[in-house]
Design a protein around this ligand. Structure first.
Ligand code: F6P
Length: 569
């Protein structure tokens, strides 16, 4: 039976059929327009949920109270609660890799007991955390100095995908936060992800190797891009050792550390076992921000206190996810609305719109979390899904996005959006004394409130007529409206809130996967390209070294490869 461990495939349940009927009604010409739905005070009040000061308003989604009930019925029909509990209690729900999915354990407080198999993993988690905090503290204080005695004030974190995007998102989010900025004074953190040599140039530009610590982050310690970048940067360190007259091995020992679930692999690379910080196969790459993957670079940059706040924030949202009733459960509601918009209303794209420059890299991180998790074509038992799972996620900080892609969302295709804003700014500039009508943050947030309403309410030809707009422009200036959005208002974006935001969106993707009956925790779809790249790499090597003819590829690839090899020889 597809869809295990729910009660059956979601799409065969009465709840799914009821939602299909509901969608047909809502999308019909006679269906309600959001501008009418938004007149209903009781509905608006009911379509809000709150946790710890975070307000989620989904009155601008194309749902009635009845629709919400039907979505909750679907959650019940697929045993959503049971599936969430199975994940949190260490069941091996990643069935194609025979693994548990336990990123929740990474932020569990000391003393809590979480079993994976028959092992309580919380003590191991804290043992690694304590080692990281201790190491970071020694680097930050200068006790662990570089090979030439200089303080290690710069860090380059080398990793890609899940070993990069989450840590970069959190770093960007914290660097203008008051506590984050104070803790990071005099320090720098950079990331090197792309195997493109241009990224190497950018990452190393202007850096003094003698004051740089390199963290190689890779769950498998086999990822081609990361390994090549690590070798390139270790040569950069060795060159510096030569110029400074210090031993190469001393340079690597002092300046290179690793984070990996493959500790022997990291040691084989040449990194001292004491400088390898481990994690576990029950942490998926894209869910690894709260393991050593994120904690090591973040602790080096911001210190223990800030990182602990971030982890505590993520833990508080986990707790909410695991205990709050589904109708008030923020990640569950976000996930159910995602299923509604994509599987029933047919919107396959969604947009993340943070009204905070600090959340600059949040959309990119969630793009991986969600698309690598839910971009699947078969159910847990391998049967083909009768619908497309997963959604295309994209986004940018606002108001920048308003001046680029929002045109399409207002008047082109319907793209459900999540608006993320905060009551307090990380940098409250008040120019009202200089004659500005409102503070800078109020200016930013005016757009947060206005855009969501513009998308919902639209503007009719009657409105245009009343404004005296010439008739020939009416079709161009009309806004259909009725475009669904959710607005989430945070008190602020400090370390704790950033942790909550991370956990909220990690669990959103899990909820959708549970409802769809897919495995959100494997990623076989990234493998084929890696295998083919190996074949191309071997061809390039033999063409360059021995002038070997290009062979074994289709005519299109052969002709491009021939041109590539010829023009670079
Ligand atoms: O290619 C995709 C992927 O496997 C991601 O799932 C993962 O986050 C990334 O590569 C990096 O993998 P690793 O941490 O093993 O280097």
């Amino acid at each position: 039976m597809a869809g295990k461990p729910g009660r059956g495939p979601a799409w065969e349940t009465a709840a799914w059929a009821a939602l299909s009927d509901e969608a047909a009604k809502i999308q019909s010409d006679k269906g309600p327009h959001l501008r009418d739905l938004l007149k209903d005070e009781a509905r608006c009040g009911a379509l809000q949920a709150e946790f710890d000061g975070i307000l989620m308003d989904y009155a601008r989604q194309k749902v009635t109270l009845d629709t919400r009930q039907k979505l909750l019925d679907l959650a019940d029909a697929v045993n959503l609660k049971v599936q969430i509990t199975a994940m949190a209690s260490g069941k091996f729900i990643n069935t194609t890799e025979n693994r548990a999915v336990m990123h929740i354990a990474l932020r569990a407080p000391k003393g809590e007991k979480i079993l994976v198999g028959d092992v309580d993993v919380v003590p191991e988690v804290h043992e690694v955390l304590d080692r990281i905090y201790d190491f970071a503290d020694r680097v930050r204080s200068g006790k662990h100095a570089g090979a030439t005695g200089k303080k290690l004030t710069n860090v380059i974190s080398i990793g890609i995908g899940g070993s990069y995007l989450g840590p970069e998102f959190v770093h960007e989010a914290l660097r203008t936060d008051e506590a984050g900025a104070a803790a990071a004074e005099g320090r720098s953190l950079r990331f090197l992800a792309n195997v493109d040599p241009v990224d190497v140039k950018r990452a190393l530009e202007g850096l003094d190797p003698e004051s740089t610590l390199v963290v190689v982050v890779s769950k498998t310690f086999t990822t081609a891009e990361t390994m090549l970048n690590a070798r390139t940067v270790s040569r950069w360190l060795e060159e510096a050792a030569k110029s400074a007259g210090v031993d190469k091995s001393e340079m690597i020992a002092k300046h290179m550390i690793a984070v990996s679930a493959n500790v022997p692999g990291a040691q084989d690379f040449g990194i001292d076992g004491d400088n390898v910080f481990g994690f576990w196969d029950w942490v998926g790459g894209r869910y690894s921000v709260c393991s050593a993957v994120g904690v090591m670079p973040l602790a080096l940059q911001y210190g223990k206190a800030v990182v602990q706040e971030f982890l505590a924030g993520a833990q508080s949202m986990d707790e909410h996810f695991l205990t709050a009733p589904l109708e008030n459960n923020l990640p569950v509601l976000l996930g159910l609305l995602g299923v509604w918009n994509s599987s029933f209303l047919g919107y396959s794209v969604r947009c993340l719109l943070p009204y905070s420059q600090a959340l600059l890299r949040f959309p990119a991180h969630i793009q991986q979390v969600d698309m690598e998790s839910n971009g699947k074509r078969v159910a847990l038992d391998g049967t083909e899904l009768p619908f497309d799972a997963g959604e295309i996620n994209f986004g940018e900080p606002m108001t920048n996005g308003q001046h680029s892609f929002m045109q399409l969302i207002h008047q082109g295709r319907v793209v459900p959006c999540d608006f993320l804003g905060s009551i307090k700014s990380q940098n409250p500039i008040d120019n009202t004394g200089n004659g500005e009508p409102v503070s800078n943050h109020d200016e930013l947030m005016s757009n947060f409130f206005a855009q969501a309403d513009a998308l919902a309410m639209g503007k009719t030809q009657a409105d245009l007529k009343a404004e005296g707009v010439p008739e020939k422009l009416w079709p161009h200036k009309e806004f259909p409206g009725n475009r669904p959005t959710t607005s989430i208002l945070f008190p602020c974006f400090d370390a704790r809130r950033v942790g909550q935001l991370l956990s909220l969106y990690e669990h959103r993707s899990a909820v959708q996967g549970f409802v769809w009956g897919i495995n959100s925790f494997d990623q076989w779809g990234v493998e084929l390209g890696k295998v083919l790249a190996k074949q191309v790499r071997t061809q390039l090597q033999s063409s360059r070294q021995d002038g070997a003819k290009v062979k074994g590829f289709n005519p299109s690839t052969t002709s491009m490869l021939e041109r590539f090899v010829a023009s670079q020889n």
